[in-house]
Design a protein around this ligand. Structure first.
Ligand code: OOG
Ligand code: MG
Length: 259
């Protein structure tokens, strides 16, 4: 894939996000696109957003649980970036700002120290983590019908769209971090449930893997970043009028309404 292709595809995906418009699979047009090409497109897209004045909240991991891999038919964890403009300030999600949003329950890590290198341990991740907090991620793939290949979704910033952060912050040592039970309900009915061990056996393992992936590019996780570790269960499609509530054992709850 040429440098020109990488640049124009990043612009294409960035515009699709801002114009809330579905696009066709890039892989279908460019069968030669590799995972490496896809991360180049993502880097270019991140660069565009930074130029526009947006700020990175943190990188995020995706497809870290069996439930998510199975649902999306993609077999490998990926990363993307969450920006400041994606954090929802109140308790309402506006459908007119989105294409076809889904919600997923996650655990966020807020770092007190940098994490760097290909061989960090879960213990080092926990030691570097100031707080853990609950988060509901809204993913909104720019691809038609939410259908994509592994390179497609990487290029599309791992479907990042919006995030609701919870208000319960705990020190990571205060919880059995791999045994946090989660329920995700819509209009009072539980749609998905699980335990945090669904994320690579332990959600801190998600940061171990992320640090390894970033280290291949000479990058690291930085103090102050808020990092989503990946959906614990499958994601749920949202419709107008939905009242969404998720509860985490020991980490409180998040509720919002879809309008
Ligand atoms: C890709 C994004 C995955 C997660 O937590 O697994 C993700 C997608 O499913 O569209 O954010
Ligand atoms: Mg996610």
């Amino acid at each position: 894939m040429t440098v020109m292709n990488v640049k124009s595809l990043a612009i294409h995906l960035n515009q699709a996000e801002y114009e809330k418009r579905e696009v066709t699979s890039i892989q279908a047009e460019h069968p030669e696109m590799t995972v490496g090409d896809a991360y180049k497109i993502q880097e270019e897209l991140v660069g565009l957003k930074l130029q526009e004045g947006h700020r990175i909240i943190g990188p995020k991991m995706g497809l870290t649980s069996r439930a998510k891999m199975k649902q999306m038919n993609v077999e490998e964890p990926i990363y993307g970036y969450v920006f400041d403009y994606m954090v929802v300030p109140d308790k309402t999600l506006y459908l007119n700002e989105l294409i076809h949003p889904k919600v997923e329950a996650e655990i966020a890590f807020i770092l007190g120290k940098d994490i760097e290198g290909p061989n960090v341990t879960i213990e080092q991740v926990i030691e570097a983590t100031e707080y853990v907090a609950p988060a509901l991620e809204i993913i909104d793939s720019r691809y038609k019908d939410f259908k994509f290949t592994l390179p497609d979704v990487i290029a599309d910033n791992a479907s990042s769209s919006k995030v609701f952060m919870g208000s319960t912050f705990k020190r990571p040592q205060e919880l059995e971090l791999d045994l946090v039970g989660v329920t995700l309900s819509i209009n009072g009915e539980i749609k998905e449930l699980g335990a945090s061990a669904a994320v690579l056996g332990h959600p801190a393992e998600s940061l171990v893997l992320l640090a390894r992936m970033l280290s291949r590019k000479g990058l690291k996780l930085k103090a102050g970043q808020v990092i989503l570790t990946g959906g614990i269960t499958g994601a749920v499609m949202l419709s107008d009028g939905d009242v969404v509530q998720a509860k985490w054992d020991g980490l409180g709850s998040i509720e919002f309404t879809v309008k």
